[in-house]
Unconditional design. Structure first.
Length: 282
């Protein structure tokens, strides 16, 4: 992923927030520092989400482009001429790449070379495989119309299967979010209701079983409320990270898609936990 100006701005703002966390009250310092980390990470997360969206749009537009080529080639028009005929149609994010390929063909560059350049510029595995098939069929003198139609059907089937997978798995995605929210509630109840009752019986210490009962067996330093709150927050963030990755893998069969879910869950966990700490004095 290319580091752009917006990424640097996010990192600078993050550093400012993290520096400011040392000058605010101890009750808000962890919240301000965490907010800075999230601000710094947001541009990178947004870029990953945008890359996933653009990749899906490229496949959809390539399918439309391939269908137009099939219609043109079936009328007896050579594939090179067909590309020139359809170049002015709107293909979204692929419009500029298709016009570039058509211009290369018009300048006398071979179709195979133009297809290779197009594949390199688009940088999509599904499209690259399809273009390789088209290129090899054209090079070997095969029935290009039939090859194009087969490629179109394959890409269409792949797109259909992805959408069916997302639709069938959507309930699991919702369940993943619900389970995570239940987990947050359990942690907050444990932190602000159950642990205070236990520490009311005996001080919380940092050694062995004394970490919950305290004093049994002696020794150990008392754990502050801030340390307890931080530990629970780390637990929520780790849970949110891996829950999001699993949800993304299930819904889109892609870890990159899971980054979006991980960021959302971690952001919610941080805001809820930190807000509860400020309100309830954790």
């Amino acid at each position: 992923m290319e580091i752009k100006k917006v990424h640097w701005i996010g990192l600078i703002v993050a550093v400012v927030f993290m520096g400011a966390s040392f000058f605010v009250g101890s009750r808000f310092s962890f919240f301000v520092m965490g907010l800075g980390v999230l601000i710094g990470a947001f541009p990178f997360i947004f870029s990953l989400i945008n890359e996933t969206r653009v990749s899906a749009e490229k496949e959809e537009m390539f399918l439309e482009f391939a269908r137009n080529l099939v219609e043109s080639v079936k009328t007896g028009t050579p594939i090179s001429k067909s590309i020139l005929n359809v170049k002015d149609k709107s293909y979204g994010v692929l419009s500029e790449n298709i016009k570039k390929m058509a211009n290369q063909i018009a300048m006398g560059i071979t179709l195979n070379r133009a297809l290779q350049t197009f594949s390199h510029d688009v940088d999509n595995k599904t499209i690259s495989r399809s273009l390789t098939l088209i290129s090899q069929a054209e090079k070997s003198g095969g029935e290009i119309g039939g090859i194009l139609e087969s490629v179109t059907e394959a890409v269409s089937m792949s797109d259909k299967l992805k959408k069916e997978r997302e639709a069938s798995i959507s309930t699991l995605v919702v369940q993943g979010y619900i389970i995570f929210f239940v987990f947050i509630v359990i942690i907050l109840v444990l932190q602000y209701q159950i642990l205070p009752l236990l520490t009311g019986i005996a001080p919380v210490t940092g050694s062995g079983l004394g970490a919950l009962g305290g004093g049994i067996g002696g020794g150990g330093n008392e754990i502050s409320n801030q340390e307890v709150s931080s530990s629970f927050l780390y637990l929520l963030l780790v849970q949110g990270l891996f829950t999001g990755l699993v949800v993304g893998k299930l819904s889109a069969d892609n870890m990159k898609a899971g980054v979006k879910h991980s960021f959302i869950l971690m952001l919610l966990a941080f805001m809820i936990s930190s807000g509860a700490g400020v309100i309830l004095g954790g």
